[in-house]
Design a protein around this ligand. Structure first.
Ligand code: SAH
Ligand code: AVI
Length: 330
């Protein structure tokens, strides 16, 4: 695939069928669930950007504050002439902070499933940093992918901000960290941002904002199923629910059916009982120690943390040869 086709492709190949299969599997499971990666079509990514500006949603503000304060220290760990590979880059706003402090980064490879959104902010980034090679990849980052051949010889630094790793189950997060290790290779560096466990009120408010933007983000998943799979979800018949499950150390997001109803999706009918929910997202919160232990179990060596007490940016190094894949993907 040449660079032009990468830039034109806005949706990973085969995704429409995979979307339908995952939706049917999730809505016929008990309890019902949907994978959070499907939040991010163009509308969902734009809604996520609005979430990041909400007064209640502290993680983005906190992580940006940490990156602004510590970007020089973070950049000083980078090998000269490296490629910065970002997993789930969204608007690339945080990479910009790092790239602004790391003049020796030669290439930036943002990887995101939300293809239309990924393209939007990169033109400005290229204007601002004309020396930088920017090579976006529209991919599901849980699947193995190759670094573009012209960048393959550069030393690699991974960047995984936003607490996106918290949207995985802990065992999936472990496999995903191993997967990143295989992509980045031995001696690579990984910078990961993760939200810290804290008081319940702060956590719950971050996912139940007064303007209802998080509710819109959650409900957009049903709207997307209507748009792309011709389903007939009545959005007014579902309510956003978000609460902290302290035992599991996670915020759970659900969509609750306001009454008994049936929905047609892709030629089949799915029934909902009154009050039944679709579990749409987990957002795990980790203490510094719990995340470092997860990192160690995935082959990464933690060596520095940057924190404001609310959010933590971890620097990890892959000192061993990464283990081979046991299976395809995460
Ligand atoms: N890094 C940004 C965005 C976080 S939102 C920040 O810190 O603000 C999560 C991002 O990950 C979205 O842009 C979403 O499209 C992307 N994403 C989620 N699941 C993905 C997957 N399986 N493969 C690739 N990108 C994914
Ligand atoms: C991207 N991810 C880490 C966000 C989170 O906080 O779990 C997505 C989100 N969901 C609701 N609000 C924000």
């Amino acid at each position: 695939m040449n660079i032009r086709s990468v830039i034109r492709a806005t949706r990973p190949i085969g995704t429409a069928n995979a979307f339908a299969a995952d939706v049917i599997a999730g809505l016929t499971a008990s309890p019902k669930n949907l994978p959070p990666k499907y939040f991010y079509d163009l509308t969902g990514s734009a809604l996520f950007e609005r979430i990041t500006e909400l007064p209640e949603y502290y993680p983005t503000r906190c992580e940006i504050g940490i990156l602004q304060a510590d970007a020089p220290a973070i950049a000083s760990m980078f090998p000269p002439g490296c490629a910065l590979i970002e997993f789930g880059s969204g608007s690339s706003r945080k990479a910009r902070i790092i790239l602004g402090a790391a003049a020796t980064v030669e290439a930036y490879v943002p990887v995101d499933i939300s293809g239309d959104f990924l393209q939007q902010d990169l033109a400005q980034l290229k204007r601002d940093l004309p020396h930088l090679v920017v090579h976006p990849l529209v991919k599901d980052f849980t699947q193995p992918f190759a670094i573009p051949p012209q960048l393959a010889d550069l030393p690699r630094v991974g960047f995984f901000p936003g607490s996106t790793i918290g949207n995985f189950e802990p065992d999936e997060a472990l496999h995903f960290l191993r997967h990143i290790g295989r992509i980045l290779g031995r001696d690579s560096l990984l910078i990961v941002g993760i939200d810290l466990v804290k008081d319940e009120q702060t956590l719950v408010r971050a996912y139940n904002d007064a303007d209802g933007i998080t509710a819109k983000f959650n409900l957009n998943l049903l709207a997307r199923i209507n748009r792309e799979l011709g389903a007939d979800f009545d959005l007014a018949a579902f309510r956003h629910r978000a609460f902290f499950n302290r035992e599991a150390s996670r915020i759970e997001m659900h969509l609750a059916s306001t009454g008994r109803q049936t929905v047609r999706i892709d030629g089949m009918t799915v029934g909902f009982a009154a009050g039944e929910t679709v579990h749409t997202e987990n957002s795990y919160k980790y203490s510094v120690g719990a995340f470092q232990s997860l990192a160690r179990r995935s082959g990464w060596t933690p060596f520095k943390t940057f924190t404001d007490g609310m959010f933590c940016v971890h620097a990890l190094r892959m000192v061993e040869e990464p283990t081979a894949y046991e299976d395809a993907g995460v």
